[in-house]
Ligand binder design. Structure first.
Ligand code: ASP
Length: 579
């Protein structure tokens, strides 16, 4: 080894020892007679010092930031008063007697030793330098600890980790596939797995009983917001279980994980559970933030019947209370109105609660009704009630987004809290009007709740799925379900979603066949590791917790991928570029 200790290791107990350290020059300070270097490696920083009389001084004069060096010297306590309590090694320094330059470095495109905003495109192009920074290093170390914890926890509970193929066949998670042309089979393609869904179910047929994998998934979706073409899931599946068995196990895993690898607090234990309908009713969405109130409240009975068309003709009238926002200006309210219009609302109405209530609908709705609305929604002096009227989907879409937006603007959410909860009893299907068919809400292997199976023949839209989603701080962190393990029921679902017998056979014949060889009842779930790491690290998006993420345009800016290939390669693959 070129080093005897790490740069995060030395303490006063080491005083007097001769050590060798190696790493990067984080910062150099030349004070004439003395040169100081903060030497950095993955474990931390150590101050190295040389005085004019030493040979080391001459070498250190030539050093610049990010040069790679090796230092040998004696550990000594720092002179009284110059200790740095913020640094783990801040009580000591290494008095260098030998310094070797192992490799010089060009001036980096951004400072590595300081935390300040750098353009993300530059960070991604020089990701290997970005990863040297404290914030990113902490994130990748945290991510390692998360995976390590999961592996140990699940192994202790009898799970085994099984790798599944990347070159596979389409997996129906509802996104577009990444396809890989086959050289050996002209005109045929592999699909990269959108998740190992089919394979984990086949592992249950194989008798594995408790499977997990830290699995890469590939979905060719538009890169809006917080998506990546490839991302990582903790993929799990268990046999001989019912819905609560999976939920309890995963809740235990995630709770212990959070409490072991981070200092974030979990809002409520055990995690609250909401049915899908309750979630839609109270939050307008199936993912929401429980760290603050501002729930959606139905005010239709008070708002309707006064001859105000906007309310009278609406299927739903709902409100949220923005705390302390009564003094919002016209301009601020206009801004919020534009905001909700982007999410399906026709407009935004309001009541500002003060000594006297002011309201955008006071001309149309009598004062006593406005006061009754204030009372019903529990608004207090200084609050602003925001009202949306329209279809249930329009109201939910607009108010859920408005709730999240105001939550962020008003800093209502404690960043140190993780508000986990479960959402259950989703409808099994959603109706696709354009295609006149049912679409699975989760995926097509999700079982209906046993008591709802008869509804598949009568009112499929009313059937609830044995699906469970894990939600935290406005994100869906995991989705899972108890699966169909009966060939007949699976075929019925295929028919309902409009998959012809031939197509079902071609795509999933292997699953249907497998189901006939003694398939145990089974179910699973797949928490997103990127998202969990993001929440635990307190980062704003998943790119910050992925070592080498793609840009928002789905490109690797460091290596330059995707990129054109040689015509010869295309020919071998029997592929022609058409535009
Ligand atoms: N395969 C599902 C997903 O990727 C998870 C599951 O059902 O276990 O969302």
């Amino acid at each position: 080894m070129l080093k005897t200790h790490t740069c995060g290791e030395l303490r006063v107990e080491h005083a007097g020892q001769r050590v060798t350290l190696a790493g990067w020059v984080n910062r150099r300070r030349d004070q004439g007679g003395l040169i100081f270097i903060d030497l950095r490696d993955r474990w931390g920083l150590t101050q190295v010092v040389a005085d004019q009389k030493s040979v080391a001084h001459a070498v250190m004069e030539e050093l610049r930031s990010e040069y790679v060096i090796q230092v040998t010297g004696r550990v000594r306590p720092r002179p009284a008063g110059s200790e740095n309590p913020k640094l783990a090694t801040g009580a000591i320094e290494v008095e260098a007697d030998e310094v070797r330059l192992l490799n010089p470095a060009k001036t980096p495109p951004f400072n590595i030793n300081e935390e300040f905003p750098v353009d993300e495109l530059i960070r991604l192009k020089y990701r290997y330098l970005d990863l040297r920074r404290d914030r990113m290093r902490n994130n990748i170390v945290l991510r390692h600890r998360i995976s390590q914890f999961i592996r140990n926890y699940l192994s202790d509970k009898g799970f085994i980790e099984v790798e599944t193929p990347i070159l596979f066949k389409t997996t129906p998670e509802g996104a577009r596939d990444y396809l890989v042309p086959s050289r050996v089979h002209p005109g045929q393609f592999y699909a990269l797995p959108q998740s190992p869904q089919q394979l984990k179910q086949l592992l249950m047929v194989a008798g594995v009983e408790r499977y997990f994998q830290i699995a890469r998934c590939f979905r060719d979706e538009d890169q809006r917001g917080d998506r990546q073409p490839e991302f990582t899931q903790l993929d799990m599946e268990m046999s001989f279980v019912q819905r609560d068995d999976v939920m309890t196990l995963v809740e235990g895993l995630i709770t212990t994980l959070v409490e072991t690898v981070s200092d974030k607090k979990i809002l409520k234990k055990p995690w609250p559970r909401f049915t899908y309908h309750e979630a839609m009713d109270r939050f307008g969405d199936d993912k929401f933030d429980l760290r603050y109130g501002m729930e959606l409240q139905d005010i239709a009975t008070l708002a309707k019947g006064h001859g105000f068309k906007v309310f009278d003709e609406a299927e739903q009238v709902k409100a949220i209370v923005a705390p302390g926002c009564a003094a919002y200006s016209r301009k601020q309210i206009d801004e919020l109105t534009e905001f909700v219009k982007g999410f399906g609302a026709k407009g935004l109405l309001w009541v500002a609660v003060g000594e006297e209530a002011r309201s955008s609908f006071s001309k149309f709705v009598p004062e006593d009704k406005i006061n009754a609305i204030i009372e019903k929604v529990g608004a207090r002096q200084g609050d602003l009630i925001l009202v949306v009227a329209g279809t249930p989907a329009g109201v939910a879409g607009a108010l859920s987004r408005l709730r999240a937006e105001l939550g962020a603007r008003l800093n209502l959410a404690d960043p140190n809290v993780l508000a986990f909860c479960w959402v259950i009893e989703f409808p099994l299907f959603t109706w696709r009007e354009e295609e006149k068919r049912w679409d699975p809400n989760h995926h097509l292997f999700t079982s209906p709740l046993p008591e709802d199976i008869p509804l598949l023949d009568t009112e499929p839209g009313k059937a609830r799925g044995a699906q469970y989603d894990m939600v935290c701080n406005n994100y869906e962190v995991a989705g899972g379900s108890i699966r169909i393990h009966d060939r007949k029921l699976q075929e019925k679902v295929f028919r309902l979603i409009g998959l012809s017998f031939e197509v079902a056979q071609e795509r999933f014949g292997h699953m249907l066949e497998a189901f006939e060889f003694g398939t145990p009842p089974h179910g699973g779930i797949a928490p997103g590791i990127d998202r969990l790491a993001m929440l635990l690290a307190g980062e704003p998006n998943i790119r910050e917790v992925i070592a080498f993420p793609k840009s928002q345009q789905a490109a690797d800016l460091m290596a330059g991928a995707p990129s054109p290939v040689e015509p010869r390669q295309l020919k071998e693959l029997h592929v022609a570029i058409t535009d």
